[in-house]
Design a protein around this ligand. Structure first.
Ligand code: ADP
Length: 399
């Protein structure tokens, strides 16, 4: 019983001590507490919670303002004072309009009449006390300060962002210029190379035709190799020119009748006219660029008649299908086919499949098709099996 009484006394004493401490905290007489624990003494400071918010707002990288509805600044942080190059004590109490050019004042007034809780961030020009301007982004929110309506404004300095944007713009203009010069250069070189090449091609062919029978097999085979290499170079130049034509084509997209385009292409090129090409009639129309579309069709048809084993007559079918809300143009051949391992890489530039030596080519054609299709926002693909022909397709926006 005596022990119990002693314990109650002890507890009462501790309770009184705790109450005394709490009162001291409430009255602001204590600003730190020492708590003894297993790890030793720890000190807890008891400053008001608003202190951390104040530090956060004062130290942040953006300017911060609080306005009453007529635009008078009732609070500003030091960052805003720095941005506006105005002493903080002069900022507080002044109108926020004075930090912006006069012609913008009506817009600023309109901002404070907003009924929305927050306005989307807007870009403005802040006018500093020394007359200089600073690009800023303003985020304005209506709020209540202890029951009084007002606004908070966060001011973000955009100088660095604008400088990097300007530098980027300048670099891309320079790049475009250089690119244009390079294209013009490759264009003129390709054109100029064609004339002497044609002479070499022509004379070598004439020699073969007119004097081929009189030549021994070895010199005859040399001549044949000259003709074949000249053809190869001619194709390469043709493709380089096609590539630069594709990049230079800046026209607007237009509507094209695929059926009609394929027919016209077949009628224009003698090698296509002689091939067995079935064009399934359709009224499919697509949106695209004329040059780009023409290059896709001519390359796909050209390959379809080229990659056929010797002795087999090329048999090609061309048709369209609606796919994924777009139009697919399909070109199917009865050629050598492509193994699954090669089906992706053949669209890379200069990519040819081993064993292509018997077919002349440059490895640029399908890459041109891919570039052209992507320029029109479309896709290209192939389904094929070695020895069983290939089915190439391009998918474009329907018109
Ligand atoms: P090139 O025809 O000048 O070789 P392409 O870029 O047009 O270049 O084609 C790349 C490669 O893809 C060709 O070398 C060939 O191996 C393969 N290929 C393209 N079209 C076909 C096709 N219709 N049938 C079989 N293989 C093809």
């Amino acid at each position: 019983m005596e022990k119990l009484k002693a314990e109650i006394k002890e507890l009462k004493a501790r309770f009184a001590e705790a109450e005394e401490t709490l009162n001291a905290i409430r009255n602001g007489e204590v600003d730190a507490l020492v708590a003894t624990g297993p790890g030793g003494d720890r000190i807890f400071t008891l400053q008001g919670a608003e202190t951390s918010y104040r530090i956060l707002v004062e130290e942040m990288n953006q300017g911060a303002l609080m306005l009453i509805p007529d635009g008078t600044i009732v609070y500003a942080n030091t960052r805003f004072a720095g941005l506006s190059k105005t002493p903080l004590e002069q900022v507080i109490g002044s109108s926020w309009q004075q930090f912006f050019p006069r012609d913008k004042h009506p817009q600023l007034e309109a901002c404070l009449k907003t009924t929305e809780p927050a306005r989307p961030p807007e870009e403005w020009s802040l006018q500093a006390a020394d007359g200089s301007f600073c690009p800023v982004q303003l985020s304005l929110r209506s709020m209540s300060m202890s029951g009084v309506a007002g606004f908070s404004v966060i001011v973000t300095d955009l100088t660095e962002r604008q400088q990097s944007e300007n530098a980027l713009r300048k670099t891309s203009v320079q790049l475009l210029e250089k690119n244009g010069q390079l294209e013009a250069f490759s264009n003129s070189i390709s054109h100029d190379m064609r004339a002497p090449l044609r002479a070499m091609q022509g004379f070598a062919k004439t020699l073969l035709e007119d004097y081929g029978d009189e030549l021994k097999p070895e010199p005859r085979s040399y001549l044949e190799r000259i003709v074949s290499s000249a053809n190869q170079l001619d194709q390469l130049i043709h493709n380089v020119l096609a590539d630069s034509k594709l990049s230079r084509d800046q026209n607007e997209t237009a509507t094209f009748d695929l059926d009609k385009m394929v027919r016209e292409m077949v009628e224009t090129y003698p090698n296509l006219r002689e091939a067995n090409i079935e064009i399934v009639a359709s009224s499919a129309k697509v949106r695209g660029y004329e040059v780009a579309l023409g290059q896709c069709i001519s390359n796909l048809l050209g390959n379809a008649i080229k990659f056929v084993p010797t002795g087999r007559i090329p048999c090609i079918k061309v048709w369209t299908e609606p796919t994924n809300g777009r139009v697919r143009l399909l070109v199917q051949d009865n050629g050598i086919g492509i193994s699954p391992n090669d089906q992706e890489r053949i669209f890379d530039i200069f990519s040819r499949v081993r064993g292509d030596e018997e077919f002349e080519g440059t490895g640029i054609g399908l890459n041109l098709v891919k570039k052209a299709v992507e320029k029109m926002g479309g896709r290209v693909g192939v389904e094929s099996e070695p020895g069983r022909g290939s089915r190439f397709w391009i998918e474009l926006e329907s018109a």
